[in-house]
Design a protein around this ligand. Sequence first.
Ligand code: TPP
Ligand code: SF4
Length: 278
Amino acid sequence: MDQVLQQKPLTFKDYKSDYKPVWCPGCGDFSVLAAITKALAELQIPREDCAVVSGIGCSSRIPAYTSVYGIHAIHGRALAAATGLKVARPELTVIATGGDGDGFSIGGNHFLHACRRNVDMTYVVMDNEVYGMTKGQASPTTASDWEGSKLTPHGTGVSPFNPLSIALSAGASFVARGFAGDPNGSAKLIAQAMQHKGFSFVQILSPCVTFRPEQTEWKKIVRKGEIEGGHSLAQAMSFLATDDGFATGILYETQRPVYAPEMSEKQGLADIEASFEL
Ligand SMILES: Cc1ncc(C[n+]2csc(CCOP(=O)(O)OP(=O)(O)O)c2C)c(N)n1
Ligand code: SF4
């Protein structure tokens, strides 16, 4: 008699790899890893149908800690690699991850164009307002008066930018903010972002306890679920006009054409190698 094998649903643990994270104890990125794996379990994405792509930084180590496919690309180029992967393999669920330095400084230009292109993938940025991996320099989201870096001992004197505002202006079709101290809330946001058809951007406030120890206070000031966004761009823009950066939730979601070019012909490895010959 044929035996029907009943497969057990995957849990978040099934999406974790055997590598132990090397993050500092208390780093917010632990919770973001938990949130991403919970979102994958919630949606029961087959592991072989998913890839996590990152650049360089503490937060960009995430692909190694998951059991799905991964690309640990070069600094600032997570979105370029993720875009190429999704366009070449549209059947894959693609999640790009990284930090504010990786995504908004060296990768800033790629961020703008990813929002504009609207490739169907999710970008999760662990924002700790600092370069953690390179020992605490200021990033594009660091407040102008932060005096914690030896490189800018009197503060940067430069206004930080608001990633949600940039994403919205550049055309992202799903924009949200979560908090590492709320892994269940972040998992829900990431799952919603993954279900969105188009480019979805989720900023997650993720404390760097080593170079920004004061960020442990974020748990007292974050207001979970307070963002009242929706489908109106005007409403989202007006929310951002008075945003202090500590409310979480979905700011904006809309549907617009997804960039998914047809591959004219399947290239073999030999063709690709030939195209690189000098
Ligand atoms: C081309 C290049 N420039 C600079 C570096 C050095 N570098 C490595 S990680 C990093 C910043 C990481 O900061 P962030 O993306 O905010 O991540 P975090 O470590 O805070 O998670 C920099 C400047 C590099 N690896 N490659
Ligand atoms: S340096 Fe900061 S961002 Fe990097 S692992 Fe430590 S706490 Fe996390």
